[in-house]
Design a protein around this ligand. Structure first.
Ligand SMILES: [Zn+2]
Length: 135
């Protein structure tokens, strides 16, 4: 799943919580998102571009300056550090995070997974976008 999806979902779920609660909820969201059908990156440079885009989106949505949202985003994104390290080092070492261990992970869903994730990402981004007070 995209880093950006993990990041913004954790932020959306954690924004009204205290920092540690937001972090734990972000971790839980990572687990749930990883078991949903999606398509993982095919290359390391796409992963890096995804992460950079996610950080820029987080900055523009004010996630980086909001404690709950930031901690939720951190909890949502941090489990994939072990995946990124594995790609960067070129060595598939045993993973620690539960959804990165074999059968729980559903990252090869192809086009169906891409469509599902884009719909999910769009929904979460809409939920995080500040609303105008004009009526
Ligand atoms: Zn993951």
């Amino acid at each position: 799943m995209l880093s950006m999806t993990h990041l913004v979902t954790g932020a959306a779920l954690g924004r009204d919580l205290r920092p540690w609660g937001a972090f734990v909820v972000g971790l839980a969201s990572h687990l749930l998102l990883d078991v949903l059908p999606h398509q993982d990156h095919s290359s390391s440079w796409l992963g890096a571009l995804d992460l950079l885009t996610g950080i820029l989106v987080a900055r523009n949505l004010g996630i980086l300056s909001h404690k709950g949202a930031f901690c939720g985003a951190l909890g949502g994104a941090i489990p994939d550090v072990e995946v990124a390290l594995s790609h960067l080092l070129g060595y598939d070492f045993p993973k620690v995070f539960p959804s990165h261990k074999g059968s729980l992970h559903c990252g090869g869903a192809g086009a169906r997974g891409v469509v599902f994730e884009l719909l999910l990402l769009g929904t979460v981004l809409l939920a995080l976008t500040p609303r105008s007070e004009h009526a």
